[in-house]
Design a protein around this ligand. Structure first.
Ligand SMILES: NC(=O)C1=CN([C@@H]2O[C@H](COP(=O)(O)OP(=O)(O)OC[C@H]3O[C@@H](n4cnc5c(N)ncnc54)[C@H](O)[C@@H]3O)[C@@H](O)[C@H]2O)C=CC1
Ligand SMILES: O=C1O[C@H](COP(=O)(O)O)[C@@H](O)[C@H](O)[C@H]1O
Length: 248
């Protein structure tokens, strides 16, 4: 990818995991409503993703977008996810199409499918010997309004792909923590995404050729109920980390 890459939500946890490892690899254009906390690579645009004109201007000349900006709280109220996650994602995708962007990676979430974790299945599905596996072909099944907003973002991606030919990959990100998986939290260990694998996965989203994809964004954990096969096949994802290697 030679053209600039627009990274929305660059000041957040996922944005920093990406930039820590890929700062020198791309011509970055960073966008966040918060000013940068420290020096960042490339150009920085302070804007709100619900403002079409500001986002369209930031999109000029961009080849690919990694769209992270939004409210990441599973307990976020409807007015916030409606504005930041649904309207914001629609605005960024529309501006991308209008600017002729080729590729769009959308940070979806495990919470788009959280309600598959029924009482009957849990906690067994969080354990290595359980065979239950979601592979990205299942229907969304959110367990909260935040999950609804992420499933909606995936559907917006489908629309902008089918109607406007934008290449879209929706990454259902698991639980990103730095250095080691969440402790005393089986669910978090099953969906751990290390910083190293996170940066690699989003790099794959910038380099691979695809039409419309939904993939799971987790490390190669022994405990898992999300398949990473589609991410391997469609994107060339080759994760290096495994939460089991951090067991005490
Ligand atoms: N951290 C995680 O483990 C996971 C994150 N995700 C998704 O990844 C994305 C990034 O998450 P985090 O980095 O953890 O969140 P974060 O809260 O650390 O970062 C989000 C960034 O987006 C910016 N932002 C929010 N609303 C905005 C708006 N209207 N206009 C411009 N900027 C705005 C914030 O200022 C912040 O810097 C989110 O969409 C989240 O739903 C999904 C699954 C897991
Ligand atoms: O989508 C997200 O998921 C992770 C993991 O969910 P959790 O309910 O196990 O904490 C969450 O930490 C993150 O904030 C959220 O954006």
């Amino acid at each position: 990818m030679d053209a600039p890459v627009l990274l929305t939500g660059s000041e957040g946890r996922v944005g920093r995991a990406i930039l820590d490892r890929l700062a020198a690899e791309y011509d970055w254009r960073l966008l966040d409503r918060e000013p940068p906390a420290e020096e960042r690579p490339g150009e920085f645009v302070i804007a709100d993703i619900t403002d079409y004109d500001e986002v369209r201007e930031a999109m000029e000349g961009v080849g690919a977008v990694i769209h992270l900006a939004g409210d990441p709280r599973p307990e976020a109220p409807w007015d916030s996810v409606l504005r930041n996650n649904i309207d914001g994602t629609h605005t960024v995708m529309e501006a991308a199409v209008d600017a002729g962007v080729e590729k769009f990676a959308f940070a979806s979430s495990n919470h788009a499918v959280g309600a598959y974790e029924t009482e009957a299945r849990t906690p067994e599905i969080y354990r290595p010997d359980d065979e239950f596996l979601l592979d990205g072909t299942e229907l969304p099944r959110p367990g909260n309004r935040y999950g609804v907003s992420k499933a909606t973002g995936e559907t917006l991606g489908r629309f902008f792909h089918d109607e406007h030919d934008l290449s879209v990959v929706c990454v259902r990100v698991g639980n990103l923590t730095e250095g080691h998986p969440p402790e005393d939290y089986e669910r978090g260990q099953a969906m751990w995404l290390s910083h190293r694998d996170c940066a690699h996965l989003f790099e794959c989203c910038l380099e691979a050729e695809y039409d419309y994809e939904i993939v799971y964004g987790i490390s190669d954990n022994d405990r898992k109920y999300y398949s990473i096969e589609r991410a391997r096949e469609a994107l060339g994802y080759d994760p290096q980390d495994n939460s089991a290697e951090h067991d005490d």
